[in-house]
Design a binder for this molecule. Structure first.
Ligand code: AP5
Ligand code: ZN
Length: 216
């Protein structure tokens, strides 16, 4: 299955992507994760992306699209994939559509995760990520047993640079201006499904899987 996850920052795309991808036996491809790996690796792509990410702006389309094209060309993405964080605007969606059509395939479904701005702020301000294994925690909603340490691997937890309040606000603006138009784009394509992304993580996964199974 070829699926796109869309939703505001902090909607739980990364959290849900790992469960949904594993239920559907497809790779999860997160543009945010790929950019962050490049930032920590100090690559030229990472240096360029960091400037935009720290402001809460989108990394330029040409860079992002080339990166996604390379990743989707890998063997493990041929039978299906779950995209988390791409496309992020209508031009990216149009390029993706054309790219897949050239390969003789198309998206099966676009899953929108719906949460309001207040919940976004609560989720992002409490998010902590493990420096060693990348697992995402929340200081209130999913706290580790030892403060500041990852239960999975014992690694140190840190707060993302773009989870500062003024950057969160900018990311929400960018979402409304640039990403929200994808909802009508994919409604017109008749592949959009929306779920309420509030409530416990496993309940959101169940809602998501119930709607995605209709497209499988
Ligand atoms: P990206 O990493 O994609 O950031 P984002 O869209 O802002 O999404 P987040 O990762 O912040 O949130 P999420 O929805 O994954 O939530 P999570 O599961 O962690 O992008 C970062 C930057 O990269 C962009 O700003 C841009 O600069 C650049 N970029 C990326 N893609 C790009 C593109 N295509 N084009 C251009 N630039 C691009 O959950 C959040 C917190 O809530 C966690 O602590 C979690 O534990 C908690 N939580 C999750 N679910 C629940 C629940 N049900 N109940 C309670 N708490 C929950
Ligand atoms: Zn860890």
């Amino acid at each position: 299955m070829r699926v796109v996850l869309v939703g505001p920052p902090g909607a739980g795309k990364g959290t849900q992507a790992q469960f949904i991808a594993s239920h559907l036996s497809i790779p999860k491809i997160s543009t945010g994760d790929i950019f962050r790996a490049n930032v920590s690796g100090g690559t030229p792509l990472g240096k360029l992306a960091k400037e935009y990410m720290d402001r809460g702006d989108l990394v330029p389309d040409e860079v992002t699209i080339a990166m996604v094209r390379d990743r989707l060309s890998e063997d493990d993405a041929q039978a299906g994939f779950l995209l988390d964080g791409f496309p992020r605007n209508v031009p990216q969606a149009e390029v993706l559509k054309k790219m897949l059509a050239d390969w003789g395939v198309a998206l099966d479904a676009v899953l929108e995760l719906k949460v309001d701005d207040e919940e976004v702020i609560r989720r992002l301000s409490g998010r902590r990520t493990c420096r060693s294994c990348g697992k995402v925690w929340h200081i209130v909603f999913d706290p580790p047993s030892t403060e500041g340490r990852c239960d999975a691997c014992g690694g140190e937890l840190f707060q993302r640079d773009d989870d500062r309040e003024e950057t969160i606000r900018r990311r929400l603006e960018v979402y409304q201006e640039q990403t929200a138009p994808l909802i009508s784009f994919y409604t017109d394509e008749q592949i959009l499904v929306s779920v309420d992304a509030t409530g416990p993580v496993d309940e959101v996964t169940q809602r998501a899987m119930a709607v995605l199974r209709r497209f499988a």
